[in-house]
Design a protein around this ligand. Structure first.
Ligand SMILES: Nc1nc2c(ncn2[C@@H]2O[C@H](COP(=O)(O)OP(=O)(O)OP(=O)(O)O)[C@@H](O)[C@H]2O)c(=O)[nH]1
Ligand SMILES: [Zn+2]
Length: 229
């Protein structure tokens, strides 16, 4: 009760400070980092087209969201581990959509881990950059009418990107991962991991799955979301 009072007081006092100071979001993320909200529930063997992984299930006590990590080999310790932090995309990962590059990225990441003989795929259930499936369909409908991926989220009154990559840090901690070679083109993911205390030994580019349907989407990610494409 007392702690919450001081947190609320602190948040009110920091209102109005510039973006690069204490934003509410950053403070809330830091509080979340202090009280680990991610609980490991169980794990099982998962044979896939890309080899046999150990699949771990986690629950976020704040949202009830279920996340998973696919692990191959021994990943604990200070040596860099090949890893992908993948955000759920039902349309791309499971329904073969060509509107994005998620499906081919997931496959390429799993294949790369198989080739390395060791690695972690963190699969975060933050569909639609965190706005959920129904809102993503709403956003796609606006894109059918000519908006780009950023404009559509904003037109719906939603954040452009509502994901919390710090969840991955808790998952890495559970697995004993300290340093990663991260498969990504997204600089924000790299920065969040660094801010959380995960060493980025290397960024491994992941440029696959380009097709005529997703050319504009990839261009928007490069132009408006600073993706390294
Ligand atoms: N709201 C919204 N979400 C999208 C759209 N297209 C893909 N997504 C979601 O975007 C997430 C994937 O993000 P991306 O921007 O493709 O890639 P990233 O994970 O940020 O970066 P990489 O590590 O380089 O792949 C998934 O959750 C998808 O469901 C879209 O047009 N609108
Ligand atoms: Zn996708």
């Amino acid at each position: 009760m007392r702690t919450s009072f001081f947190i609320v007081l602190f948040l009110s006092c920091t209102e109005g400070l510039p973006e690069n100071h204490f934003t509410h979001n950053n403070i809330i993320k830091k509080i979340n980092m202090m009280n680990n909200p991610i609980t490991h529930i169980t794990s099982c063997r998962l044979p896939t087209e890309y080899g046999v992984f150990q699949m771990h299930g986690f629950v976020d006590s704040r949202t009830g969201q279920e996340h998973t990590a696919l692990v191959m080999g021994d990943v604990s310790g200070s040596l860099p581990v090949l890893s992908r932090i993948h955000s759920e995309c039902l349309t791309g990962d499971a329904l073969f959509s060509q509107k994005c590059d998620c499906g081919p990225q997931l496959q390429a990441a799993m294949q790369a881990v198989q080739q390395a003989g060791q690695g972690v795929i963190v699969y975060l259930r933050q569909e639609g950059r965190g706005i959920g499936l129904i809102n993503k369909i709403r956003a796609y409908r606006l894109q059918d009418e000519g908006m780009d991926t950023v404009e559509a989220n904003l037109a719906l009154g939603l954040p452009v990107d509502a994901r919390d990559f710090s969840i991955a840090k808790h998952i890495y901690d559970h697995l004993g991962v300290q340093s990663v070679r991260l498969l990504t083109n997204n600089p924000e993911k790299l920065q969040t991991m660094r801010d959380c205390g995960i060493e980025i030994a290397e960024r491994v580019p992941l440029q696959v799955g380009k097709n005529p349907e997703n050319e504009g989407y990839l261009q928007t990610k490069a132009d408006k979301l600073s993706h390294l494409l």
